[in-house]
Design a protein around this ligand. Structure first.
Ligand code: 4NP
Length: 152
């Protein structure tokens, strides 16, 4: 599972951490692994945004990551690539080789919000981080449900 956003410091590292939280809670770590990356190279090597980390900690989640940019091999090394918004998806689809993992929007796994973007909290206020946390907690749990039911 590869989660993708623009900077790889706000949304996708949190999606990766929340997906793995659900995997651990269900004892499924032998079956699933996850990584995240950005379509841009703007924050390569940086840890997740301090506001995302602080918000996650308030919700009981600790995580780390180092930002990296999508690379050609990613399209073959992962089974499923999950962009956070339509812009990230367009960027990935433009780069994808002919033989590529499936690319599916994160909120296609958020019932009632299929086709919507995970909002980018980077330029917004504190509330945005909790909103993103709640969306990603819900969508990654639902994604795992669907994987377990072989519906993807
Ligand atoms: P992310 O958020 O794509 O969720 O990691 C952003 C991080 C940085 C920037 C934009 C979005 N930026 O413009 O630097």
């Amino acid at each position: 599972m590869l989660f993708v956003c623009l900077g790889n410091i706000c949304r996708s590292p949190l999606a990766e951490a929340l997906f793995m939280k659900h995997v651990h809670q269900r004892g499924l770590e032998d079956k699933y692994s996850a990584d995240s990356c950005g379509t841009s190279g703007w924050h390569i090597g940086e840890p997740p945004d301090a506001r995302s980390v602080a918000n996650a900690r308030q919700n009981g989640l600790e995580y780390t990551h180092r930002a990296r940019q999508i690379k050609k091999d990613d399209f073959n090394e992962f089974d499923l690539i999950i962009p956070m918004d339509a812009s990230n998806r367009a960027h990935l689809e433009a780069q994808a080789p002919e033989k590529s993992a499936a690319i599916r929007l994160m909120r296609d796994f958020d019932p009632g919000h299929e086709g919507s973007d995970v909002p980018d909290p980077y330029f917004g206020g504190e509330d945005g981080f909790q909103e993103v946390y709640d969306i990603l907690d819900r969508a990654t749990a639902n994604l795992l449900d669907k994987l377990e039911k072989d519906e993807i």
